[in-house]
Structure formats: C-alpha cells, structure tokens
Design a binder for this molecule. Sequence first.
Ligand SMILES: Nc1ncnc2c1ncn2[C@@H]1O[C@H](COP(=O)(O)OP(=O)(O)OP(=O)(O)O)[C@@H](O)[C@H]1O
Length: 678
Amino acid sequence: MFQIQRYEEESSQGNSSLANERLVKINDKFKRKRTTKEKASKKTQADLKKTVQPESHKGNAKNNEDITNTFEIDTIIKENELEDEGLNLNLIHQEQYEEGHIEDFKVLHAFPTFDKPKQTPQETAAVKLLGIPDWLANPTVIDPETTLPIDDSSLGLSDRLRNRCKTLGINECFAVQTAVIPLLIHNRRLSDVHMHPGDICVSAPTGSGKTLAYVLPIIEILSKRIITRLRALVVLPTRDLVAQVKETFIAFCKGTSLKIGVVTGQQSFIHEQEQIVFSSSELLMGGKSKIDILIATPGRLIEHLSMTPNFTLQHLRFLIIDEADRLLNQSYQDWLIHILRSTQQINSVESGKDTIGINLDSIGASFNNDDAISSSIMGALFNLPKMDASETKVSAVQKLLFSATLTRNPAKIASLRLVNPQYISVQSLNKEEGEIKYTLPTTLKEFMIVTSSSMKPLIVLHLLHNLHIKSALCFTKSVDSAHRLAKLIQLFENSNFKESIQENDNMIISTGSIIAAEYSSDLTKDERKNILNKFKRGDIRLLICSDLIARGMDLDRVDTVINYDNPIYMKKYVHRVGRTARAGRNGDAYSLVETQEVRYFKDMLRKAGHLDKVQNINIKATLLDPMKDAYQQALNAFKEYMNDSRPHAIKYQQNDSIPMETDENDIQNEDENILLLI
Ligand SMILES: Nc1ncnc2c1ncn2[C@@H]1O[C@H](COP(=O)(O)OP(=O)(O)OP(=O)(O)O)[C@@H](O)[C@H]1O
C-alpha cells in the first residue's frame, strides 16, 4: 500500500508572543547600533584622509610605524556624482527611521519586517518597464549587524541543535540567519499539501553565513522525519563547494539519523548510485532513497535523474540553489528545467519514461511496503475517484536561492518559476550611501595600486614581505598565469634574497618564508585537497589561483586577497574579495590595476556605487629596492625555466603580464612616485 508522507504539524502555540518579544529586542538593539554607527560615520571622512594602515596588520608599535611608512594615501577616490545606473529601490529611507516608522514592525512569521521606502511613480514605472517583479524590487531589508543569541527561542531551534551550534562555536546567529531560520522553521505551510510554502530568495554579503542559514533549519525540520526520503537537494556550481557544504551538514547533523549524499562526478557513477539509492531489481514508483539530503553539481544530478533507477525527486521539500546567479548562467540552465519538471505535479501521464524518472509501464507491476508515492503526484499517476472534498495537491517544493550577488535579470528569475516568492536582502540601511548594488563585508578594506604589468610580480612580493601577510589568495586571469606567477615567486623565494636583506636596516622583511603554491583546475583532486590543507594549516602562505575558488569557498585563514589580474565584472570582484573579511573578521583586498585599465576599473566600481570604498595607494619606489637583485635573479631563472618548457613560453610571451625582460619604459620616475624596478 502507499504511504503518504506528511510533516508533523508545527505547534503554533506561543509563536506570536515570542515573535513580538523578539522584535522588541531586535528593535532596541538595532537602534543602539544605529546611533553608534551614525556617530562613527561622521568621523570617517576625516579619518580616511590620514595615512592608512590596514587594520588586520595591527601588530606591535614598531610594526605599525613601519607599515605606516609603507603606504601613502595618494588620494581617496571621490566622485561627487555617482553614476545612477539603476534604481534606488531597496533602501529604507533615513527619514522613515528618524520618524520612528521602522519601530512599527508588523509580525509576519517570526522575524522583523522593516518598512519599505515608497517608490515614486517614476520608479514604479521604470521597474515595470524593466520587467522586474514587485517582490524583487521591494526586498525585506535586514541590517548586516542584526544578531540573535543562538538560544533565542524565536529561532525555533531545538536544544540538540543549539548545543551542537555552541559546541562548534556558533553562539549567535548572523543577520541572514536571524531572517531565514525562523522563516523556514515556522512555515506551517510545510505540512499542507494544498498550499505552496512560498519560495525565498536571499541576497547577503560574502562570508555572512548563508550556508548555515539553510543548513540549520533543514536539519531541524528533517530530523523529525520517520522514513528516509530525499527531501532536501542542494545544488552548487563546483565540486569543491559541494564538499564544503557536505562537511557543514555532517558537522551539524551529528546526533540525528539524517543521511547525506553527494553526486559530483568525482566518484564513479555506480559508486554514487550505491550511495544514494538501495539497489533493487524492481522499479518502485516512490523510489527508494538511502539519503535525506543530497548535495550535487547540476550536470551529475541530471545524469542520475535519467539513469539511476529508484532515484526520484517526488518527495523533495527543499530545493536550495546556492550561488544562484552563477548557476543561472546560460550554460547551466538545462539542469534547472529537468529538476523543476521532476519536482512538479505531472498533469499528463505519458507512457515510457516520465518526468519523475520512473518507468510508467511498470505501474501495477509491483509495489511493496517501502514504496510511497508523494501525494502531490498521486492523482496524476492514477485515475483516482474524485470526491467533492478533493482538492488539487500541489508540489510542495520550496525553492531557496542564495547568493552574494543575486541576479535581478527578469528572464533568469522567470526561469525559476518561483511561487509566492519573498526576497530577503542583507544590506546597509544607510540611505546616504546611495544605491547599493552589492553589499560587501564591513570589515573589508579595499585598495587599488596603479602600476605597469611588469611591476606586478614585484608588488605582490612587496605586499607579502612588507605587510606580514600570513595567508593570501592571489587571483590571476588564467590557469597559465597562475602557474607562471607561482613559479616566479618560488624562484624568488629560493634566491639569496633573505640573506641580502639582512644587511639592510631600513627594510621591514618578514622572516618566515613565503611558500607560494598554484591552485587550479590543472591539478588533480588529491593535489588540490593537499594544497588546501597545507594552506589551512599555514604551511602555504600564498595561493595563486584562477577563479576556481573565487566563489563560496570558505578558507577562514585568508587575511588578504590580491587581484593580480582584475576581473572585468563587478560580481566577480565581489566574490573574489569576499574570500577575506569573512564572519566578521578583518581582511584587506589589493587590486593591481595596470595604467591602461584604470578607467575601466574605476567605471566598474562607480557603476556599482562602490568607487569611494576603494582607496588608491602608491608604493614608494625605495621600498622595492632591496628586492631588485633577487628579483632579477629570479627573472633570469624564470626565463630559463620557460625556455625549457616551450609550449608554456610561447603562450606566455603572447599574453602574460609577467615580464620576460626588464621594460625600459618602466624605469622609475621618482618625481611622480611611480615605482619601478630593475
Ligand atoms: N553565526 C555564526 N557565528 C560564527 N561563525 C559563523 C556563523 N555563521 C557562519 N559562520 C562562519 O562564517 C563563515 C562564512 O560563512 P559562509 O561560508 O556560510 O558564508 P557565505 O555567506 O555563504 O559566503 P559566500 O557568499 O562567500 O559563499 C564560515 O566559516 C562559517 O562557519
């Protein structure tokens, strides 16, 4: 016989008063923080004009002094007229706050809703013209500094999960978590097969804790299940991210019987099949899952949907699309259609392979007690007698989209077929900041250094040696570039540089050697894992990489990001620099901008309303002097290395920004404080 799975009805008792109490608390806290912030912001302009010393490098007094000498803020880029590229629809107006409107929270589930700014008629018309739906144009805005203690009852987390969080060092919820966790846990539509639970789109800065915002509520909800069915599917763009999210689920699932699987193509197809479904000679209409939660890359998931017997998405309750805008890119779009078809109600039954991945010719052939067809597709498969009270069952898959740079492209959003969506955006409420397209971590400091291509390797070395950077990611434009830069830096480190600088009293040189490694898709899975482990332990201080780890990767030791080659899209910039300054920690990002790129780079920042956040710094030429000899030696050795590996060299000479020879045009012009080497 068929079993129809239902979720335990959430007890609604006491929810509303708890929610009110919580809102009062949040509101008070929010007001306090805001007053402090406002005071602080008045100081900021004056402070910025002083010599800048990156916070994260604060050490002893001597170091501070020395590092201060290292930088001179040339100018703080200021643009009085920010280019108004889009619409300022997402911010709560300052006046509203001052007039006290924001205190008038209305209770919707158990998290605060803030008054939204009224659109002007012109804005409304413009939004309509662009085709941006109302829900997307009017997000629920959460201040990034909102937090809640993990024990706060309004979050709805059980004792077990709260204790687990504390054991793992999570004592309070970050802003995105305070908004999303209760919204999912207190959603009573989860137990209703007649109403869709409503989809959720979340935009929050890099490193702000989006992963736990879905991991915790899913574990909380699914841990009450009795029978193992595939109920949560997390789709991510890369294998590395799948592995990272799996580790998070495993860590927080401890103490539950929930089972987690991954499909990425890293293991053989058969091996993956054995992990996710029970082998069975018969096809079961309800599938036969070994796991409750599946984390997958899109391509491999589709293969399993069409080729793994008894693998079905019909019981799915949560479809999480993490790094959503990346996955919605053109080349990935097919997977989405497949998944949506596999989770939605089937209206017409065709013979042969149907949309739930089960051969319909087998209907009636055999069913056993393990088999349970989801109620929402039952009517589509069988001609059940209709009663007056019969209502159409809906597919109850709740889609949850997460990104630090959520798309506002109406066509892409439409392809998701969202139902009753809400948009939660973690972003500053400060109206004075103008339109904020991308919110970056407040603990991030951003710098740009204008230079020539031939100077870039030396500047990387200067940053590493003179700023005592412990752990840096350096992004290049290609795998080849990463390979060559890594090689050059290794050669430099092997030179007699350290001995020669001992004699120079004026230089600040870190004594620990910089062990640089390349991290790219050219490496095998095991090599990559090995390198990442060494980097996490601190054995490797500089990882030179292409964009393979620009998104989503959580390497918590990273104190600095260097854009060796700059991204041409702001989204990519946001994700790259977001590898540092995570979870409230400090971090610095340096972009090495070639002279001919300056205009484009500034334009990119300006259009994103971000230009004034990036400080333009010059590096005194004298600071590089002690490195010149060793660098020249490294260059000579590098030349030999390239000649020995001819195919690389040819590509290199054509494209790369690592100099093969000293460029005469690069000769130092001290007056202009532009530095040069050799
Ligand atoms: N409430 C919390 N308290 C302390 N640390 C937290 C909390 N939530 C998340 N973290 C930590 O913050 C780091 C960043 O979290 P996470 O990787 O989820 O960020 P993200 O928002 O997904 O970033 P990205 O957009 O770059 O993928 C992780 O190391 C995570 O363990």
